[in-house]
Design a protein around this ligand. Structure first.
Ligand SMILES: [Zn+2]
Length: 257
């Protein structure tokens, strides 16, 4: 006679089997990097070009890990190998010196061809057509346009890079608030100083203008993203023009030696 207990055990067994099959399948889904990824990264990513061989290997590894964890979906746009690599590069550059960093707050990146009309919540949008970090129902989603993504890397000396900008927002958001203070990586003893520094610089920008992109004067969260683009694209120029900001960003991103 088949007892309730036996039926229960069979059911549990079936569930375990299903979970096992799914898990194996997901692990196998990892897409390997394209054959010419080194060439593409070298051609398009200045940060990568400037790394030594050891640094490049480390960068490759992290690109691979990022692409295994985050889905990249084209919305009326074809996702090419170059796009996937540039999105990953934008993710890795800000946290390159923080080895155990993972974007646990990101599941998917949507790639749009060019300007996109947002019929969803406008909150969190950036320079309207460039990109955005999702909120509400789009939590854990980032939107970026193919055009801006590529321009950000092609023009590597203009202190602007939309991918880096959006990923910095995610770094900032990891502590629960997108306020320009990435408390998860900035030592507590510096947070007040950093907040004051941001407020003072935004005040100066509004009064006198600045070599810093004026979009950064919108609020501290945008300031942090904009000044980080400057920091990673033109570190020497930022150091010359704003040594205090440069020093603090070195502390935040652990790039100081
Ligand atoms: Zn922004």
């Amino acid at each position: 006679m088949v007892t309730v207990l036996q039926i229960f055990f069979v059911l549990v067994l079936i569930i375990i089997l299903i979970l096992f099959v799914f898990k194996t399948r997901r692990q196998n889904e990892t897409i390997p990097l394209p054959e010419n990824y080194r060439e593409l990264l070298t051609d398009y990513v200045k940060f990568y070009r400037q790394l030594n061989e050891e640094g490049k290997l480390l960068f490759d590894k992290r690109v691979e890990q990022f692409l295994a964890a985050v889905q990249i979906t084209g919305v009326n746009a074809i996702v090419e190998d170059l796009d996937r690599l540039l999105i990953a590069a934008g993710a890795i550059i800000p946290v390159y010196s923080i080895p155990d960093w993972q974007y646990i707050n990101l599941h998917e990146v949507l790639l749009y061809p060019g300007a996109f009309n947002m019929d969803f919540d406008q909150e969190g949008s950036d320079r309207p057509v460039a990109g955005m970090v999702g909120t509400g129902p789009l939590q854990h989603v980032m939107i970026i346009t193919k055009w801006q993504l590529r321009q950000g890397f092609i023009n590597s000396n203009d202190a602007r890079n939309t991918a880096i900008h959006e990923f910095v927002h995610l770094v900032d958001k990891m502590d629960g608030t997108m306020d320009g203070v990435p408390e998860i990586i900035l030592e507590r003893k510096y947070t007040a100083q950093w907040r004051n520094m941001m407020d003072a610089t935004i005040g100066q920008m509004k009064s006198y203008g600045s070599d810093i992109d004026m979009y950064g004067a919108t609020n501290p969260a945008e300031f942090f993203a904009v000044i980080s683009e400057y920091f990673f694209e033109q570190p020497d120029l930022l150091n010359a023009n704003h040594p205090g900001l440069y020093e603090m960003l070195g502390r935040i991103y652990k790039t100081e030696r």
